[in-house]
Every structure is written in C-alpha cells, then in structure tokens.
Design a protein around this ligand. Structure first.
Ligand SMILES: NC(=O)c1ccc[n+]([C@@H]2O[C@H](COP(=O)([O-])OP(=O)(O)OC[C@H]3O[C@@H](n4cnc5c(N)ncnc54)[C@H](OP(=O)(O)O)[C@@H]3O)[C@@H](O)[C@H]2O)c1
Length: 305
C-alpha cells in the first residue's frame, strides 16, 4: 500500500515510516521543511510538502494514498486549544479525501482521554462527551461519515531520548531543581516503547477494522514515584513529595496530569492484532538515558511548554 503519513518526521512518525517501508509499503510523508524532506528521502519515503494548516495539502496527500496514518500535532501547549482546532480541521480534511472508500484512516489520540482514577482503561471505553479537554482527535475521526477510520490511543511512548509527558517532567525537574511527585506518588502512567508502537500502527493498518479503538499499551501503569525517583537519580537532584495544593504551582500546565492515575490496558489490542510488545520498559529507558545528551530535547520541550 502507499500510505500518507502526517507527522512523518516526528518522534513516532519517524519510527512508523521505516516500519512500513520494511514491510513492503510505500510512504508519502508530510513535511513542512527542507530538513524534514531530507530526512524522509534518507528513510526512502516520498515527500509531500504541506502543513496541518494547509488543508488542500492534506486532501491531496490523502487522495494519492491507499491509507492515511495521522500523527502530526502542534505541541505548543501555550496554544493548546487553538492547536486542537487545527487538528480537528486536519482530520476532517483527511477524511473528506477518503470518504466513500474503504481506505483506512488511523488517527492518533491518547489513553489519557479515557483515564478513570483507580480503574484500568480499556479499548471499549468511549471518551466521555463532557471531558473537559479540548483535544477531539478521536471524536472527530469516529464521527466522519463514510470514512473507514480507527483510533490509536497512545500512552507515554518512550525510548532513551524522549518519553512523552515524562520529557516535559524532566525539563521541569531541571528547571525547579527537584524531582517531584504528588502525595505518595502511587498514581500510574501507562507506557510503551516507540518500536512496539510503530509496529502496532502497521498491524492496525494491515488488519484494519473501521471504528476500532486500539491501545498501544505495553505497561499498564508505572507509578509516578518510581518515575520521579529515576529522574532524580539521573539528574542527581533531590526527590520530594508535594501536596496536591503545592503540586499545582510546581507543575504548572502539567499539574492536570502529574497526580492523575491513568493506567490503561492493551490486552484487547494485543489479542485483536496479535501484537506482542518486546521493547524495554519506561524505567529501563529512563535509567539508560544520557541526561546530558537529552538536554537539548528537554530544553526545547520546556521552551514549547
Ligand atoms: N509521544 C507520546 O508519548 C505521545 C503520547 C500521547 C499522544 N501522542 C500523540 O502522538 C502524536 C505524535 O507524537 P510525537 O511524540 O511523535 O510528536 P512530535 O515528535 O512532536 O512530532 C510531531 C509531528 O507533527 C509535525 N507537525 C507539527 N506541526 C505541524 C504543522 N503545523 N504542519 C504539519 N506537521 C506538523 C511535526 O513536523 P516537524 O518535524 O516539521 O516539526 C512532527 O512530524 C501526536 O498526536 C501526539 O500528541 C504522543
């Protein structure tokens, strides 16, 4: 198949691209920059110039493909609401080019949208309509008329350089000089290694089922205290417990997640797609991380946050 991949130059997209090519697919990767085009060519993908704001570029990319994997997102959290709107319009544009066909559209979302403290979120759960969260990727994808859409809910996706929200946590720890968790730090974050996630996108595309909701989860829940202690050791900074009141000031925009218990299961996905995660766990990657080398990544994450 020829697959149009948005976010093809990002952390997850750049793992999905070689996974698809290795399996014999062709990739048309969206990029808005010369450096992105170069990295796509180096990965043996075709280049499609455009952006999330240029809806025509999304429509022509999708129209030229047998399927679409949408992983692009503008991670500037100071304009989160606006960026969620751009995402919604982008998904609608991609859908409009696929409507009336059975060409798959896989849209990326997060397991956080179905998190319920104390409960392990499962694939069959639907995102509550009153969720006070502006990101509507999933809702938009699953409401497209005549489009064979499915949703990939991601937990904290990691390697030894980047780890989802944990990357922002590391940046914040550096800035504040302490590695913090809330209360006893027993709240959990689900996780998966980026290589396993890339393979899952391919399986979801190949065995595609319209309306499916997948969980790219390898580890159901890693306790926040374990994450904070590992970061503290890595950065050689003290580890502290904060009360929920103090956590709001310490974590800033991350406060809504820092104390949140958001474990999730990938069991239905593993069974449905025959997916077996084999990559290292989140703590192992954080232990292997070179905190000096990762400085540039975390510094840029901190600037964007
Ligand atoms: N990483 C995680 O743990 C995690 C967890 C939950 C959900 N997610 C979601 O998974 C998806 C992929 O995440 P990621 O970690 O791979 O993000 P990332 O590394 O920040 O990559 C984002 C991608 O989006 C592209 N992009 C940004 N702004 C764009 C624009 N205006 N027009 C076109 N492309 C644009 C970037 O292209 P440039 O290279 O040109 O910047 C890049 O390819 C996102 O939807 C993210 O929210 C990720």
């Amino acid at each position: 198949m020829r697959i149009f991949v948005t976010g093809a130059t990002g952390f997850i997209g750049s793992a999905v691209v070689p996974e698809l090519i290795k399996a014999g697919h062709r990739v048309l990767g969206l990029t808005r920059s010369d450096s992105g085009a170069q990295s796509l060519i180096a990965a043996a993908a075709e280049v499609h110039r455009g952006s999330l704001e240029d809806l025509d570029s999304l429509r022509t990319g999708a129209a030229a493909a047998d399927g679409v994997i949408h992983t692009a997102f503008i991670h500037d959290f100071s304009k989160f609401k606006e960026n969620c709107e751009i995402d919604r319009r982008a998904i609608e544009a991609l859908g409009s080019a696929l409507a009336g066909s059975d060409r798959p559209l896989i849209v990326t979302s997060g397991t956080a949208g179905v998190a319920a403290p104390g409960k392990v979120a499962t694939e069959d759960q639907v995102v509550p309509p009153d969720l006070p969260f502006p990101r509507v990727s999933e809702r938009t994808a699953l409401s497209l008329q005549g489009v064979s859409a499915s949703v990939m809910r991601l937990p904290q996706v990691h390697d030894t350089i980047k780890q989802g929200l944990v990357t922002y946590l590391i940046a914040m720890t550096r800035e504040k000089g302490v590695s913090a968790y809330v209360g006893e730090g027993r709240n959990r974050w689900a996780a998966a290694h980026v290589s396993d996630v890339a393979r899952l996108y391919r399986l979801a595309l190949e065995k595609h089922e319209a309306g499916a909701k997948y969980h790219a989860v390898a580890e159901e829940g890693v306790a926040m205290r374990d994450i904070a202690e590992t970061i503290g050791r890595g950065l050689k900074l003290p580890v502290v417990s904060l009360s929920p009141e103090k956590a709001a000031a310490h974590f800033g925009w991350l406060a809504m997640f820092a104390g949140l218990d958001m474990p999730a299961s990938g069991a239905q996905t593993q069974q449905r797609l025959g997916w077996q995660p084999t990559g290292p766990g989140l703590i192992a990657d954080l232990e292997q991380m070179n905190y000096l080398e990762a400085d540039a990544v975390t510094a840029s994450a901190a600037r964007r946050a």
